[in-house]
Design a protein around this ligand. Sequence first.
Ligand code: ZN
Length: 296
Amino acid sequence: MDLLLKGMAKEEPLLVVGLVDTETVEKARSIHDTYPTASAALGRVISGSILLSSILKEGQRVILQVVGDGPLREIVAEADWLCRVRGYVKRPHIHLGLKDGRLDVGRGIGKGFLNVIKDLGLREYYHGTVPLQTGEIATDLAYYFRVSEQIPAAVSLGVYVGTDNSVKASGGFMIHALPGLRDETVEYLEERLKGLLPVSTMILNGLSPKEIMEEAIGLPIEVFEWRDVLYYCPCTKDRVLDAIVALGKKDIEDLAKKGEALNVQCEFCRTEYAVSKKEILSLLNSIESSNKQPEG
Ligand SMILES: [Zn+2]
């Protein structure tokens, strides 16, 4: 069972969020048939989006997009306030050699940008962009928090891919420094985090999100909340049809002229939706009749 923990250090102004999402990331790997470097990169972006979603309010969702000039090109993950997540990588069949014994996510992504889009509800959106620092995702997210949200933060993400190419461990954590944190505590934490085992190793060793957080900060934790984490795609045939409508009248006319049925695949869950000639024509009709209505 994949879990997210949200809490505070008992005696210091530190918000802590710990995550184990091995099953979720393995599900993403099997949906997209990713090769190890792509699995690790997609897994880190999925975990990053879940960490971001942990500070959302009810009804909100967040999209984390990483775009680079490396062979993976683009990775997108979307998580809602209930820790339901979905994601994809533009080029899933990428595997590069190891670097220092680890999957070389930084080279897979290359130079580029990290974008955070928050759907705050009521058609209100927040958009933050930072240039990638390393392409390793965790350092890039920490940089995003500092620059875009003015929150001093530490972020760690890790995915371990087994010799059979399945995901054996995935997760991460983030620590936000809240106002009032003493300089000594900052120095203590920086030292402690330097000596920490990789988070994927801790998960392989069976540590829970709470044990990971206690290991990370070396202080007792007060847990506010546990949340289940789940790979979930809310796509439906109706949403596919809405997406076709969004193409605009001209493109739909072209589709109708071709007179062929369409197969539209959801990029998040790979479900295929067949759209018949008849459905394309009726979309066109509905657009034309709604255009004829007088404007109110
Ligand atoms: Zn879908």
